[in-house]
Design a protein around this ligand. Structure first.
Ligand SMILES: *[C@@H]1O[C@H](CO)[C@@H](O)[C@H](O)[C@H]1NC(C)=O
Ligand SMILES: *[C@@H]1O[C@H](CO)[C@@H](O)[C@H](O)[C@H]1NC(C)=O
Ligand SMILES: *[C@@H]1O[C@H](CO)[C@@H](O)[C@H](O)[C@H]1NC(C)=O
Ligand SMILES: *[C@@H]1O[C@H](CO)[C@@H](O)[C@H](O)[C@H]1NC(C)=O
Length: 401
């Protein structure tokens, strides 16, 4: 497990490995209880998962969102909704090629898969489908994370089984659930802190916070039809995490006036995604049924507004909606369908969303906190054409310290 992850974080990881080897070797020669204590202290098991992501020396952090790969068995799994001229020899492997090209074109700092990573019904072995689906992310050596959609568990693994398999894969920072919470609905609720630039005042602060949630699959309540929703237990965890991060950010060292911006990623859109039309969103809404959110509103949007730090939400699920619209200060965005075995629209290319957070240059010429968050999409054509570039959020003058 250790060696399989060493490439993500560069050479420090390798030094850690060698040192661990030394500790283990030494442990053969001393009393067992002492040595267990010593190795535990030097290497808390969660160290790897807590390895800090941070902004680079270019003052940017770039995230590639991949929504709805619907991966099944690879080259034997056909494409859906492509033009007749594109259907010949089209399979899951086209999804793999697209993912490799997107990673090459954007070289993101993190790849986020927002669910329906595999299409369980058509997969003969869920573990194999997951391995094949995430293979381009793994070979890129870029850290990646995933959440569950409503189709991931339809094959040979349960929702817990799928998430456990993902957490054990190479180069991922995904977690089964937060360590500090004993009871929480779903699998794959966790957060990541993105640190400021090395050598600046913000090196020890999380300047961008990412939240990942399991939006479930289908309602288990007989009187409520349709899709699942984000439960009170998950909202409580989000509230506490957001409050804890805010507290750390507004206290020393380098105390800030307000919370660092946050971004939330999950699969099923919130009911509030239905608040827009073409006059006030960027992108398209081509789904005949509009927005496929749960039939009840569990209040997560209100929870987000109240917490105040999350500036944008990114979901998948509706493959042929790809817009961003702003409601009460929060951008509600779709990734746009990515996978070739996912339903789509013939002649309307598969796509993915990119988000870049950029830091402010301080008067001293070093990097500060996050100044703006921008987004665009790329479509799977010959040139991976970038479309719909927009600013999602920028620090207002009043907030500048
Ligand atoms: C596309 O090819 C698959 C087999 O690979 C076939 O099952 C499907 O019917 C074809 N679709 C169209 C629209 O031709
Ligand atoms: C899928 O990949 C095949 C083989 O590389 C290619 O011929 C075909 O054009 C691709 N289809 C699409 C829709 O990109
Ligand atoms: C960051 O933390 C390290 C380790 O605790 C400390 O040595 C360093 O002075 C801190 N830097 C800043 C800018 O707060
Ligand atoms: C978007 O515009 C429509 C009218 O065209 C309006 O009904 C809706 O409330 C607007 N949404 C937002 C979030 O402003």
């Amino acid at each position: 497990m250790f060696s399989s992850k060493r490439n993500v974080f560069g050479s420090n990881r390798k030094m850690g490995l060698d040192f661990r080897g030394l500790v283990l070797m030494v442990s053969c020669f001393c009393l067992i209880p002492v040595c267990v204590l010593a190795t535990n202290r030097v290497y808390p098991p969660q160290q790897q998962q807590n390895q800090k992501l941070r902004f680079g020396q270019n003052g940017e952090f770039k995230i590639l969102q991949v929504a709805d790969m619907h991966y099944a068995d690879g080259k034997t799994t056909p494409c859906l909704d492509v033009l007749p001229s594109q259907n010949f020899s089209c399979s899951d492997l086209n999804t793999t090629v697209f993912l490799n090209r997107m990673i090459q074109a954007e070289k993101p700092n993190l790849i986020v898969f927002t669910g329906d990573n595999i299409f369980g019904f058509d997969s003969s072995d869920s573990a194999k489908s997951l391995d094949a689906a995430f293979a381009p992310a793994i070979t890129s050596n870029i850290p990646w994370v995933a959440v569950l959609g409503n189709h991931d568990q339809e094959g040979s693994l349960s929702r817990k089984g799928v998430m456990k398999h993902i957490v054990g894969m190479k180069n991922t920072l995904s977690k089964l659930n937060p360590q500090e919470v004993h009871i929480i609905d779903g699998f794959g609720n966790y957060n990541l802190e993105i640190g400021g630039v090395e050598g600046t005042d913000f090196v020890n602060k999380s300047v961008l916070n990412l939240y990942f949630l399991d939006s479930g699959d289908y309602s288990k309540v007989p009187t409520i039809f349709g899709y699942d929703w984000i439960k009170p237990s998950q909202q409580l965890w989000f509230q506490r995490t957001s409050a804890k991060l805010r507290k750390a950010y507004i206290s020393g060292p380098k105390p800030q006036k307000e919370a660092a911006p946050g971004l939330a990623y999950f699969h099923i859109p919130l009911p509030e995604y239905a608040s827009f039309d073409s006059s006030n969103f960027t992108g398209v809404k081509l789904e005949p049924d509009g927005i496929s959110s749960p039939s009840v509103n569990s209040g997560f949007f209100t929870t987000l507004v109240e917490a105040g730090d999350v500036k944008a939400v990114f979901t998948g699920h509706d493959h042929i909606n790809d817009f961003c619209g702003k409601l009460t200060g929060i951008q509600l965005c779709y990734g746009g369908g990515f996978g070739y075995h996912a339903y789509g629209k013939a002649g309307w290319p598969r796509r993915a969303r990119v988000v870049v957070a950029s830091l402010e240059k301080t008067e001293k010429g070093s990097w500060g906190d996050v100044k703006s968050i921008k987004t665009w999409k790329r479509v799977d054509d010959h040139h991976l054409t970038a479309i719909d570039g927009q600013v999602l959020w920028s620090k207002s003058f009043g907030n500048r310290s």
